[in-house]
Structure formats: structure tokens, C-alpha cells
Design a protein around this ligand. Structure first.
Ligand SMILES: NC(=O)c1ccc[n+]([C@@H]2O[C@H](COP(=O)([O-])OP(=O)(O)OC[C@H]3O[C@@H](n4cnc5c(N)ncnc54)[C@H](O)[C@@H]3O)[C@@H](O)[C@H]2O)c1
Ligand SMILES: [Zn+2]
Ligand SMILES: [Zn+2]
Length: 345
């Protein structure tokens, strides 16, 4: 089968590999129908994910059909259409039991697929702990509608869940990339009083204005003043930082009112400064971390009920044979791309 592979720093290539087989009783083999490209794939390509293993098949956002399951798998069976979770988790350790599945202490736990073990930009993928990592796609929900469930939508859902949003709140989201937009969709489910999205790319601002006209948008330069004017207590009640740019960590806490919650979803290239003297009296609560992607069943239900719709984010589609072109487009943000679907079978 064809598998898009991390060859070495700076180089991915479509290589021929054998079809994966079940290695453990809790494994499943999934025939990938659609895969997507994530900014984390680009981080691997550029060598900024040290734990990524050269030679692995990349891709950690995919949907497919269960082909076979190990003897201990009870939750899914061959023929089921499923989403695949970005995280591998055992479901049994201290952290898993608390829902902190990103911190699963199993040796395979955490982000393994498409990083430390073969991922999904290919025809077949082996998924460890299949009962935890696979979720059945409800009838009536298409593969395209479900494609982002296991990764960027899981991130948005987790970010909105931990941010303690109430009906009186003004919520500021920094960054309207795929993760920022998924965060926006999940924040909208909480129905806060006001949502402001700060984004520097004009085409992405237009995307927000077109699809979510009730959301206020602002450029980074005007953000602080705009938030002060358009909030009830001198700043946002909740800030979600999903941009990860040079200045956005600072912008996040500056835009927050005293005693606000600041959720840092973004992953940075460099350490960030926490200038406590400048923050005196703001009494902020920071929340950080890697996504705990264990709400996929709920997000799939919300999609089935028409309450969550990520399909507009999939702006381009390519066959696996042309995945190189898909990466070129995604990486260079050409043609107003947000997400790319790669047809794998
Ligand atoms: N915590 C997690 O588990 C997790 C999971 C997924 C993604 N992430 C992180 O979330 C962030 C966003 O991911 P993405 O896939 O949407 O990436 P992205 O690069 O497509 O999105 C970032 C967006 O921020 C915008 N931006 C840049 N500078 C800005 C500024 N000064 N003000 C406002 N907006 C600005 C960019 O134009 C872009 O649209 C990344 O840092 C990514 O690593 C974290
Ligand atoms: Zn990802
Ligand atoms: Zn665990």
C-alpha cells in the first residue's frame, strides 16, 4: 500500500509499505477512507517534534472502516465506520480514569499515531487500544462531516470545555486557523453573551464573517482596544489563545479582565514570558495542555444533531496519490485553504 512517510527532516515521501497487521489483542486495523493534514504534520516535517520517528507513516486525523479487530476489542467490529482519535490511551491508568487521556502513562499513550507509530495518511492503519481510540460514526453523518472529530475538533471541544464559559461572558479567541475555528464552534455551543475572534489573515476573517456573522472580528493591532470597548468589565471574561504567534501569549493575558480564565491551546516554538510584576492584580487563571480527546462520542452526536458542522472547513480534496500537492497547498496557505481532505481509498 502507499503510505506518506517521514523520511528525514524536511522530507516526506509516498512510499510502498506492507499492509499493517494486528499486533495485540486490543488493536484494530482500519481501512482509511479520508485523512486530513494538520499543522502538527508540518512540525514533524520541519524537525520540531523530536519524538517523531523517521520512517513512520504520518497523519493523525482520519476516518475509515474497521477491517479487523483483536480478540479483546468489544466496542467496534469489522465493517463499522469510525473516527480515529489522535491520542492513544489505555483507559485504565490514573490519568485516563480522570479523563486526562493525553497524559496516559501507558508506553504507547499520548500522541503516537503518525508520530511514534504509523499513522493514517495511507490505505490502512493499525490503531492500538481500539476500544478507546475508535468511535462509531452515526448513520446519517458522512465521513467528511466526521473527518476532524479525532483531532482539531477534539481540541476545540476540550478547550471550550475547560474554559468555564457562562452565559454572561465575553469570550475572546485568538487565531482562526482550523483549531481556532473548531474552538469557536465549540464555544458557540456554550452560548456566551459575546464572542470576539482576533485573526490577522484577512481571508480567514472573511471566512468567519461569512459563516458565523454573529461573531465579532478584529485584527491583532486593534484587539486590545476593541475588547475593552466590547466587554462589560474592561476585558474578556475568557480568552482562548489558539494562534501561537510571537506576540499572542502576551495579547491573551492583556485582553483578559481581572480574574479571567486564559486557556492556552497554542503550542509555541519558544518559551513564553510570564511577567508577573506587569500582571499584578489581574489574578488570572491559566489553563494549558495537550488536548484530552475523550469526548468524540459526544461530538459525533452533536454533529448528527446538526449542532456542530466542520464541513465548511474542508476547503480542498485530493487523492492520496497527489498528497504532495495537498501538502504544498496547505503549508503555503494557498487558495484560502483551511483544511484538506485526502481520499485514501
Ligand atoms: N494543545 C493542543 O493539544 C493543540 C492541538 C491542536 C493544535 N494546537 C495548536 O493550536 C495552534 C493553532 O493551530 P492551527 O492548526 O489552527 O494552526 P494555524 O497556524 O493554521 O492557525 C493559527 C492562526 O493564527 C493566526 N495568527 C497569527 N498571528 C496572529 C496574531 N498576532 N493575532 C491573531 N491571529 C494570528 C494565523 O493567521 C492563523 O490563522 C497552534 O499553535 C497549534 O500547535 C494545540
Ligand atoms: Zn493534529
Ligand atoms: Zn491510560
Amino acid at each position: 500500500m502507499q503510505a506518506y512517510t517521514y523520511v528525514e527532516k524536511g522530507k516526506f515521501a509516498l512510499l510502498e509499505k506492507p499492509k499493517p497487521v494486528l499486533l495485540h489483542e486490543r488493536d484494530a486495523i482500519v481501512k482509511v477512507t479520508l485523512a486530513s493534514i494538520c499543522s502538527s504534520d508540518l512540525h514533524i516535517k520541519h524537525g520540531s517534534v523530536p519524538r517523531a520517528v523517521p520512517g513512520i507513516t504520518v497523519g493523525h486525523e482520519m476516518v475509515g472502516v474497521v477491517e479487523s479487530v483483536g480478540s479483546a476489542v468489544t466496542h467496534v467490529k469489522p465493517g463499522d465506520r469510525v473516527t480515529v482519535n489522535v491520542e492513544t490511551f489505555c483507559g485504565e491508568c490514573f490519568f485516563c480514569k480522570k479523563g486526562f487521556v493525553n497524559n496516559c502513562t501507558d508506553e504507547n499513550g499520548g500522541w503516537a499515531l503518525g508520530c511514534r507509530i504509523d499513522g493514517g495518511q495511507t490505505e490502512y492503519v493499525r490503531v492500538p487500544f481500539a476500544d478507546q481510540g475508535l468511535n462509531k460514526i452515526p448513520d446519517g453523518v458522512t465521513d467528511r462531516q466526521a473527518l476532524l472529530v479525532g483531532d482539531v475538533l477534539a481540541t476545540g471541544f476540550w478547550a471550550a470545555r475547560i474554559s468555564e464559559i457562562t452565559a454572561e461572558d465575553t469570550v475572546l479567541i485568538l487565531g482562526a486557523g482550523p483549531t481556532g475555528i473548531c474552538t469557536l464552534l465549540c464555544v458557540m455551543l456554550k452560548q456566551p453573551k459575546r464572542i470576539i475572534v482576533c485573526e490577522k489573515d484577512e481571508s480567514r476573517v472573511r471566512f468567519i464573517n461569512k459563516h458565523y456573522p454573529e461573531v465579532l472580528t478584529v485584527s491583532p493591532d486593534e484587539c486590545l482596544n476593541f475588547v475593552r470597548t466590547n466587554s462589560d468589565h474592561g476585558g474578556a471574561d475568557v480568552v482562548l489563545e489558539v494562534a501561537g504567534a510571537e506576540s499572542t501569549f502576551r495579547l491573551a493575558w492583556e485582553c483578559a479582565r481581572p480574574n479571567a480564565i486564559v486557556t492556552v491551546v497554542a503550542l509555541y516554538d519558544k518559551a513564553q514570558v510570564l511577567p508577573l510584576p506587569d500582571m499584578y492584580g489581574k489574578n488570572l487563571t491559566f489553563k494549558t495542555g495537550g488536548v484530552d480527546g475523550c469526548n468524540c462520542e459526544e461530538t459525533l452526536r452533536l454533529i448528527a444533531e446538526g449542532k456542530l458542522d466542520t464541513e465548511p472547513l474542508i476547503t480542498h480534496t485530493y487523492p492520496l496519490s497527489r498528497i504532495e500537492e495537498a501538502y504544498e497547498l496547505f503549508e503555503n496557505r494557498r487558495d484560502n485553504v483551511i483544511k484538506v481532505a485526502v481520499e485514501c481509498s
